[in-house]
Write a protein that binds this ligand. Structure first.
Ligand code: F6P
Length: 544
């Protein structure tokens, strides 16, 4: 660790030891607290005033960011430098949403023209399917699209398609990811092969789950419509165009992307094809525009009002300085149901690392456990632990000021009230005196009140961030996702790790390949640990 980074962390630790924690007092003392600890980008607001930070905290975090060289790292990413050093790759998902006249170069080549070429090809294909010009082999219009992919080739499209449901005017979208045959079985059994388009989405075109599901879908089409129909019912998205060719998909239905797009950053690329088929090319472009607005803000806004920077700094404060192991992301938006799962891959696959970019063991904790569910549902499940459990888990609330259902205003008013109430309750808490007084006011005897009150105490001072935007439209969704991408980038820069590789997923894949013939009964389990061998035997006995 650079001495200047170590010194900045030490200064933060010393500051934390003596910094005030009473948030009620902090708000009472400073009427400007919300203004001081919130920032906006157009109709997007980030409020971190309910986190236990002071002006000095923000200054010290800013010094850490300077010592860690985050701005230089950010500029290196946008400039197409090889910042993913273990895979020798540039990291240019931002080029996928660059302005058409921008120049974004890596290896001496401007990548923007090829990005636009693929985007236009996707748009032409999506329009033709949506308008019924491109049909199935029997002449039926395409009514259903099944995306087969996993990880980054699934989570982004699933999350965004659901989020943009009000804009959905194309074929019905379905997603198959799990190698569990139940997933593809339950999906295909409801569909007519003659009106179904299957997209095989895989950056590498080698992922075993995706390839297995793709072969099953291929058989489903071939058995129903004949081998010759396959080409008219499939499309593919990949960086490995040579591997796609052998599957029998016509080249005009194959959409490429590039090794400088990480899987978990790929929904802006051709991996977004199912989103585009659902909501149309124009809405997809608005989605890209929203991300570009956040990119520009991240590059240009002053650090203290720079939303991804602040979100990253607060994330670091909670994880490393306060020592909180997790964070919950709670969208008060049913259509963001899959956002927590999407963010789990984005954050945990990026920052779940234990060595620095130089391969040295890290000296601080790295990425937290990220989890969540939409509000208000979560309130009736795990919020008990958030309010009264023994661990502090910072919460990130996301809420839109407007809904897409003007006739259901009462629902949205309640939704907003609940969201704001939860962040207020986490911050304020309820003291023993308040709990006792409330019971007495309700007519409970003094003796009973004394016994019951401890159960009704809320410690408070539990940090939360609230993100408010006007309405969840394609632009706002793109902006929100880019905010989180850059936040993950910021935290990685502070941790000093490479956020763009994922070697931690490899060992399990290798062992699964070795175990497959054992499970199939073609090899025995000798030489494996007693637990694994015992489990193989138990499964085999239960299979009969
Ligand atoms: O197993 C992890 C991973 O490599 C992710 O990073 C990636 O998004 C996912 O698998 C799917 O990979 P592919 O798109 O190559 O099938």
């Amino acid at each position: 660790m650079k001495p200047s980074v170590a010194a900045a962390i030490e200064a933060l630790r010393v500051h934390h030891a003596s910094s005030p924690r009473d948030m009620r007092a902090a708000f009472a003392e400073d009427p400007q607290r919300f203004a001081r600890f919130s920032a906006e980008l157009d109709d997007l607001l980030l409020d971190w005033s309910k986190c236990a930070v002071t002006g000095e905290t923000m200054q010290l975090l800013g010094k850490l960011a300077e010592a860690a060289g985050v701005e230089a790292r950010r500029d290196a990413m946008f400039a197409g430098e090889i910042i993913n050093t273990t895979e020798h790759r540039a990291v240019l998902h931002t080029a996928l949403r660059a302005a058409p006249d921008a120049t974004v170069s890596t290896g001496g080549q401007n990548v923007v023209p090829s990005v636009i070429e693929v985007l236009e090809a996707m748009g032409a294909f999506a329009d033709a399917v949506r308008e019924g010009e491109t049909r199935g082999s029997t002449g039926k219009a395409i009514t259903d699209v099944v995306n087969i992919g996993i990880g980054g080739s699934d989570l982004g499209p699933v999350m965004a398609t659901l989020a943009l449901a009000p804009y959905h005017d194309g074929p019905q979208a379905h997603f198959v990811s799990n190698v569990d045959g139940a997933h593809i079985h339950d999906t295909l059994k409801r569909l007519d092969p003659a009106s179904t388009l299957v997209i095989i989405a895989s950056k590498t075109f080698t992922t075993i789950e995706t390839m297995t599901n793709a072969q099953t879908a291929r058989r489903w089409i071939a058995e129903a419509l004949g081998e010759d129909a396959v080409g008219q019912h499939f499309a593919a998205v990949s960086t490995a165009l040579d591997k796609v060719a052998s599957f029998g998909i016509p080249p005009e239905r194959v959409f490429g992307f590039w090794d400088w797009v990480g899987g978990r950053y790929s929904l802006w690329s051709a991996i977004g094809l199912p989103i585009m088929l659902a909501v149309g090319p124009q809405n997809f472009r608005r989605f890209l525009d929203g991300a570009r607005a956040m990119d520009e803000h991240f590059r240009e806004a002053p650090a203290e009002k720079n939303l991804p920077m602040v979100l990253g700094l607060i994330g670091y404060w909670h994880r490393v300085i306060c020592g909180y192991p997790a964070r919950a992301v709670i969208p008060y938006d049913q259509r963001l149901l899959r956002l927590p799962a999407y963010l789990q891959q984005l954050d945990m696959e990026s920052n779940g690392k234990r060595v620095t970019s130089d391969g040295e063991p890290v000296q601080t904790p790295t990425g937290p456990l990220v989890w969540g569910e939409p509000g208000t549902n979560g309130q009736h499940a795990f919020f008990q632990l958030l309010h009264q459990g023994t661990d502090v888990i910072p919460v990130e609330f996301i809420i839109a000021a407007q809904a897409h259902e003007p006739d259901l205003k009462v629902h949205h008013d309640l939704l907003i009230a609940n969201c704001l109430a939860q962040s207020e309750a986490l911050m304020r808490g309820r003291t023993l005196e308040e709990a006792t007084a409330q019971l007495i006011k309700k007519g409970v005897s003094a003796t009973d009140a004394q016994a019951l009150a401890p159960h009704r105490v809320f410690p408070g001072n539990r940090p939360s961030i609230t993100i408010v935007h006007r309405i969840l439209d394609p632009f706002a969704l793109g902006r929100l996702i880019a905010l989180y991408e850059h936040r993950v980038f910021m935290e990685a820069a502070l941790f000093g790790i490479n956020a763009f590789d994922q070697w931690g997923v490899e060992l399990g894949k290798e062992l699964a390949t070795q175990l497959q013939p054992v499970v199939e009964g073609k090899e025995d389990a000798s030489g494996r640990d007693a637990s694994t061998a015992g489990l193989v035997a138990a499964v085999s006995a239960l299979r009969g």
